[in-house]
Design a protein around this ligand. Structure first.
Ligand SMILES: C[S@@+](CC[C@H](N)C(=O)[O-])C[C@H]1O[C@@H](n2cnc3c(N)ncnc32)[C@H](O)[C@@H]1O
Length: 363
């Protein structure tokens, strides 16, 4: 089993034996915050809600003591909150949180099978708890027959306009449906759509081990395991055979040095698209198509003026544009945040590219 070799991404456990203060409802708040500011760990005791109470008090303290207006100030504020809140720990023993009225989080057993006694930062516990609810209850995706159950730390869609575009495109697609490549398969949504539309086989990859571990587990023993094959790897991974369709829902925003974000589901580095197009040329059958789901998000938020697909079409010499479908994205809420005024202009894009007809006959 490949998965035995894969190292799952999980919040880093803090082994017992560290020096640690304690917090209950009776504790002195200013003293506790002092201790956090001095870099000391604080253990939440008695009730889970004591931890939530301390987090609220920490937020209030930082709001009263740090500027939080400009973009840079907000970023510094968040960084400070992240640093201090991650010193607030909960004891985990026998896969359970050792405080009363705590949520039951199945990830503790799945992600830490070899550890019996350790600590985790409260914000990480909160992340694990939300992820467990999504995994356990599943998420409805409008274009899929069945719910998906996203594994911890794996991207899943929360808005669906781009998937509706792809679904409509698949309904009209009349080409062969033997094989496809799904680059960056995530929770498997695009491959599941391909199978639902009659594709016999999808070969997926991801550089996030959790995506591979999660999909392998969820497909085990089902018919899907024969239809969707996956590999832990960059771009096409171990898949070498050209296919008639390559689908890619890449990250939509470029990384910037300042952001220093490593989230590879959301931010792309400057090599991702050039490498993808170079590899895609070799992995596409002569009559095949590449479908890329993208968005104008980076342009309307002025992160960049460069559009990596337009750039490839303009100067790559490898592909031609068959079509580009666009769909505007509904505003998330009536009371759109002042800082998110661009939301109204947001559009998702579905790009269909084919190989540039060979021109070596010209000479
Ligand atoms: C925006 S998510 C899309 C996931 C899924 N295809 C979907 O549409 O819901 C992008 C995915 O690509 C993966 N990814 C990023 N860079 C990659 C690379 N170089 N090779 C393979 N996968 C990559 C990320 O880990 C993430 O799962």
């Amino acid at each position: 089993m490949i998965n035995n070799l894969l190292q799952v991404n999980r919040p880093e456990p803090i082994k017992s034996g560290i020096e640690i203060g304690s917090f209950t409802r009776e504790s002195n708040i200013p003293e506790t915050i002092e201790a956090l500011l001095a870099g000391e760990y604080i253990l939440i005791e008695e009730f889970y809600s004591n931890g939530l109470y301390l987090l609220r008090e920490l937020t209030t303290y930082l709001k009263n003591n740090l500027p939080n207006e400009t973009f840079l100030e907000q970023r510094a504020f968040r960084a400070e909150f992240r640093k201090l809140s991650n010193l607030i720990l909960i004891h985990v023993k026998g896969n359970k949180l050792i405080v009363r009225k705590a949520p039951v989080i199945g990830w503790l057993e799945k992600l830490y099978p070899e550890l019996n006694d350790f600590f985790l930062p409260l914000p990480q516990i909160q992340g694990l708890n939300s992820a467990w609810q999504w995994y356990k209850n599943g998420i409805n995706i409008p274009v899929l027959r069945n719910k998906i159950h996203p594994y911890y730390g794996v991207y899943f869609p929360t808005r669906f306009e781009h998937l509706i575009l792809f679904d409509n495109w698949l309904k009209r697609y009349e080409g062969p449906k033997k094989t496809a490549n799904d680059i960056g398969i995530g929770s498997g949504v695009l491959s599941l759509m391909l199978v639902q539309h009659g594709f016999q086989k999808s070969f997926g990859t991801d550089i996030n081990p959790n995506a591979i571990i999660g999909l392998t587990a969820s497909m085990e023993g089902t018919k899907l395991a024969r239809k969707i094959e996956i590999d832990f790897g960059h771009l096409f991974g171990k898949w070498e055979k050209p296919t008639e369709l390559i689908v890619f829902n890449p990250p939509w925003l470029p990384t910037t040095q300042e952001m220093n974000r490593l989230d590879e589901a959301i931010y792309y580095n400057e090599q991702l698209f050039p490498d993808f197009f170079e590899a895609a040329q070799k992995h596409l059958l002569p009559e095949g198509k590449i479908v890329i789901l993208f968005s104008n998000l980076a342009q309307i938020t002025h992160v960049t003026t460069e559009h990596p697909i337009e750039k490839e079409l303009f100067s790559g010499g490898r592909f031609v544009l068959e079509k580009c479908l666009k769909k505007s994205v509904k505003e998330a809420s009536e009371k759109t945040n002042r800082n998110q005024h661009w939301r109204g202009e947001e559009e998702v894009e579905l790009w269909v590219l084919t190989l540039q007809p060979s021109n070596d006959v010209i000479s």
